[in-house]
Design a protein. Structure first.
Lengths: 292, 260
């Protein structure tokens, strides 16, 4: 039982990271129906930014987190402006391939400029362990879950209770009708990329702190797993992405705990296949019928 | 005085002239109807005027407080900001948003957006919120939607959805409102309600209305002037009485070769 709860704690910590990433996928998909495969690399840039400011300017965790979110948000908006906006009226597959291109560009660009080696992420917060009934939780894990929850609640408030959020939801339902009531879709799409990328940047700093190591390719696998999380939750659904993220984190941790570490990635992809067959719309997604 | 002037407006889809050399004008405060057989190009004309479809050639000029503005080539959101609002033949509400949010989404260009004031709940936010809330409540009352304000628009009955869509168009604070077959699929009772609503747009909201409609009793009773479109060409223009007697119009509706 102790082992079980221990794995739940570990799974929720990892799941928080996936959930933060999955939110970016699902929001961008909800607005422009694009799977932004470069999203995992924004998470990598967030981690590198945290690494850089902590080492160079000796800032504390809070400053590193907030500045990484700001830098990632700006990067996300720049990528949208340069790479995706010119393709707004092209076939969807064109933008999708471009997203893969942007992903390679960021990964290899970072390797080229700063080297491909793995770095130790500076430990700005001294680790402390708390043990309750034999279950150990570290302060870093608590911090990850807390930051993730605060950001998710914040996101939900922005989407549901601000004017920008209302406009976002309107564009997600019917972009053309939204334009015809005076909403500038470029403005809203840019804002959406900014929000999603800020969450990815936060996740990057948190994972650096958790795993202690970062490298330019660190975004590839978590990026794909977060995408799976978004699909499991129902792509386009914000609460769905959060739930999907936690589920994937828990699944991966449990697969590892029962001694199948080598298959932890495979397990995630098997879930993707099963979900696509059994519940193509995901847990919270609406099954939209194509109009004839 | 002409509020909207359309000169030699054309749209070709491949080899098809969907709209060909159309001239029309709409004066401030007028209620103009646009009729014609199915496939005549009425909705295409609306799409050209509101910027949804780019025109092949021609000119569209809107008279605003700061002079004449050419509309062609502008983005739909900018045209909406200049004061052209519309509804759709097949209702296109933001179905997953509440009625209130539908209206407020249409007001975004009417106030200065300040996201940081909004998340930090600065005084500017409360001021703006009171303003937008006031506009919304007034519209909900005018269109008799107060009772359904917090329901998802997609779950409302058909006639109510039509009303929400017209209210949403009115929420953009337009000068001209284009209604694309608002009475389609309505029963006689709902059509009577719609007629009152259109009257209200003109009297209470001081709007100029351009109406596409197949319900001829509605058109003949409401419109001051009628344009008739057939195969993309404007074949007649005049008062309801003139249009009813126009041989070209009768031929268009009943088929060629009929002599009235």
């Amino acid at each position: 039982m102790q082992t079980f709860f221990q794995q739940v704690i570990n799974g929720l910590s990892l799941g928080s990271i996936y959930a933060l990433l999955a939110l970016g996928y699902t929001m961008v998909y909800g607005i422009i129906k694009l799977i932004n495969f470069a999203h995992g690399d924004i998470y990598m840039i967030g981690a590198f930014w945290g690494y850089y400011v902590i080492n160079q300017y000796h800032v504390d965790f809070g400053v590193a987190l907030v500045s990484a979110m700001a830098v990632s948000a700006i990067l996300g908006m720049v990528i949208e402006y340069l790479a995706y906006r010119p393709l707004r009226h092209s076939p969807r597959i064109t933008a999708l391939i471009t997203a893969i291109g942007v992903s390679y560009f960021l990964e290899n660009g970072m390797s080229f400029l700063f080297g491909a080696n793995t770095r130790n992420f500076p430990q700005v917060i001294g680790q402390a362990r708390y043990t309750f009934f034999g279950v150990t939780i570290t302060n870093i894990q608590l911090l990850i879950v807390a930051v993730a929850l605060v950001l998710m609640v914040g996101l939900q408030l922005i989407v549901q209770h601000t004017r920008m959020g209302t406009a976002m939801r309107a564009v997600a339902v019917d972009q053309e009708a939204a334009e015809l009531v005076g909403i500038d879709p470029n403005h809203i799409i840019s804002f959406t990329f900014g929000l999603g990328s800020a969450l990815a940047g936060a996740a990057g700093v948190l994972i650096g702190l958790y795993y202690n190591s970062i490298d330019p390719l660190m975004g590839m696998v978590p990026g794909i797993k977060a995408f799976v999380a978004a699909v499991v939750g129902g792509i386009g659904s914000i609460p769905g992405a959060a739930i999907g993220g936690f589920l994937i984190g828990l699944l991966e941790t449990f697969v590892q705990a029962i001694g199948l570490s080598a298959y932890k990635d495979a397990a995630v992809y098997i879930v993707l296949i099963i979900i696509l067959i059994v519940l193509p719309a995901g847990l919270l997604g609406k099954n939209v019928k194509e109009k004839v | 005085m002409a509020l909207l002037t359309v000169t030699k407006l054309s749209k070709q889809f491949g080899g098809l002239d969907a709209v060909a050399d159309v001239d029309m004008h709409v004066d401030a405060g007028e209620l103009v109807a646009l009729i014609g057989p199915n496939g005549a190009g009425k909705t295409t004309l609306f799409n050209l005027l509101t910027g949804v479809t780019p025109a092949t050639s021609g000119k569209v000029t809107l008279t605003t407080a700061s002079g004449k503005v050419a509309l062609l080539g502008k983005r739909p959101s900018d045209i909406a900001k200049l004061g052209l609002a519309r509804t759709f033949q097949n209702i296109r509400l933001f179905s997953k948003l509440s009625v209130r949010d539908n209206l407020q989404a249409a007001m975004t260009h009417r106030y200065h957006e300040n996201f940081f004031a909004e998340i930090l709940r600065l005084p500017a936010y409360y001021k703006k919120e009171a303003l937008v809330g006031g506009w919304t409540d007034a519209l909900l009352r005018e269109f008799d939607l107060t009772a359904v304000a917090d329901l998802d628009a997609g779950n409302l009955p058909y006639g109510t959805q039509r009303r929400v869509e017209i209210a949403r168009a009115a929420a953009t604070a337009p000068r001209i409102i284009f209604l694309d077959e608002p009475a389609a699929g309505m029963n006689p009772e709902e059509t009577a309600g719609l007629r009152e609503l259109i009257e209200k747009l003109r009297t209470d909201f001081q709007l100029t209305v351009v109406l596409i409609e197949h319900d001829m009793s509605l058109v003949m009773n409401l419109a001051e002037r009628i344009y008739v479109l057939d195969h993309g060409k404007m074949i007649a223009e005049g008062t309801p009485a003139q249009i009813q007697k126009d041989p070209a119009v009768i031929a268009a509706y009943l088929g060629g070769g009929v002599h009235a």
